[in-house]
Design a protein around this ligand. Structure first.
Ligand SMILES: *Cc1c(COP(=O)(O)O)cnc(C)c1O
Length: 365
């Protein structure tokens, strides 16, 4: 074969067997007027915050000949301060998005011959990262209302003894938060690591607790968070976790040296200093979400209760045509979740109004 041939395809490359025939993660990145498909915060950082970030980058730029702080200590201290719960930097880890954090967890605690269990429907990246790290994925179905049945979950864990258990709370794509009793019951029987993915924690309704409360009593529990959603920082790529110091120490074994750039570290610290302002829209987004849930129900749609900044609704005999009809009207939402359901992110009032109009047109409501 001509090595310079432009005809070279994946099948010609010596891919790992388990990657053959795979498809990359792909939320469509389509340029549309109204993007309600990836649960981003629709409000960008204010001009003042953006200016502070820019000053920061300018300052860091003068030292870019040097490697960054390999252990991101200042950033981890700032993240601990943000989370509270008596945490300090020894119990915080950070990486380029929480997906990288999850991958590092599996690199340490998963791998060939090991298993990770999740309760689906849930975040599609959990099984993908599990596969990429050569860990075997074990799927347990959630109940019809998308809750996790404690008896079923604990018996599946006792039977399969997974090395890693993934729980998402609030769960993507359903919006379902888990009661602490459920997480605790699972943590008690799980023989390995339990990861609670709290990417949407800041959006939870009043009275919904965080698994951070359980960290002190469960040393193999990990709570992962991100600045991608509530913090309006999806483009900055900063995810983190809180756990026992020994877990954080273990993650050092697999992280690449200097994995967090000086720019990322500095921008994230400055963003945390402006947390009240960056998180200012969260209250409004939660109200907008609750109104959306009510409106959808009033118009005859079935809606899953949501503690996140998105809503799963249905049910459609042909969800693809509803999704396409909305896209034809400039509104991009997400075709995900169980058959018949669609997921819409909560945007600005104007975006939600456009979504509601388009949905009524498409469904003839
Ligand atoms: C969006 C999301 C993340 C965030 O990923 P980042 O890599 O931090 O941008 C993590 N977990 C869940 C469940 C998500 O929906």
């Amino acid at each position: 074969m001509d090595p310079n041939s432009r005809e070279l395809g994946l099948e010609d490359l010596p891919l790992r067997d388990d990657l053959r025939g795979g498809t990359p993660y792909g939320a469509p990145q389509i340029d549309v007027p109204i993007a309600l498909n990836t649960n981003e915060n629709p409000y960008p950082p204010s001009e003042q915050v953006a200016a502070a970030l820019a000053r920061d980058v300018a300052e860091v730029a003068t030292g870019l000949n040097r490697y960054p702080d390999r252990d991101a200590v200042r950033l981890r201290r700032a993240l601990a301060g943000y989370l509270g719960h008596g945490l300090d930097e020894s119990r915080i880890w950070a990486a380029n998005g929480s997906n990288e954090v999850l991958q590092q967890i599996l690199q340490v605690f998963g791998g060939p011959g090991r298993t990770a269990m999740g309760f689906e429907p849930s975040y599609s990246m959990h099984p993908i990262i599990t596969g990429v790290t050569n860990t075997t994925w074990l799927s347990v179905a959630r109940a019809d209302d998308f809750s996790v049945d404690v008896a079923e979950a604990t018996s599946a864990i006792e039977q399969h003894q997974p090395h890693v258990v993934f729980l998402s709370s609030p769960n993507n794509p359903t919006g379902t938060a888990l009661p602490l009793e459920t997480i605790e019951a699972i943590a008690r029987v799980a023989p390995g690591i339990v990861v609670v993915d709290e990417a949407y924690a800041e959006f939870r309704r009043a009275g919904t607790p965080s698994a951070l409360e359980l960290l002190d009593s469960h040393p193999r529990l990990i709570v992962s968070r991100t600045m991608s959603k509530a913090f309006s920082m999806a483009g900055a790529r900063l995810g983190y976790l809180a756990a026992h110091p020994a877990v954080v120490e273990a993650l050092h074994l697999v992280r690449l040296p200097y994995h967090l750039s000086a720019i990322t570290q500095s921008v994230a610290i400055t963003a945390l200093e402006h947390a009240p302002e960056l998180l200012g829209a969260v209250k409004q987004l939660r109200e907008e979400r609750d109104e959306l849930v009510e409106w959808l129900r009033a118009h005859g749609f079935v809606v899953a209760d949501s503690d996140a900044n998105f809503v799963l609704f249905g049910r459609f005999s042909d969800r693809k045509s509803v999704w396409q009809g909305l896209l034809d009207r400039g509104v991009l939402i997400r075709e995900t979740g169980p058959a018949g359901w669609l997921r819409v992110s909560v945007g600005t009032p104007e975006e939600m109004s456009a979504f509601r109009d388009a949905l009524l047109q498409v469904t003839g409501g």
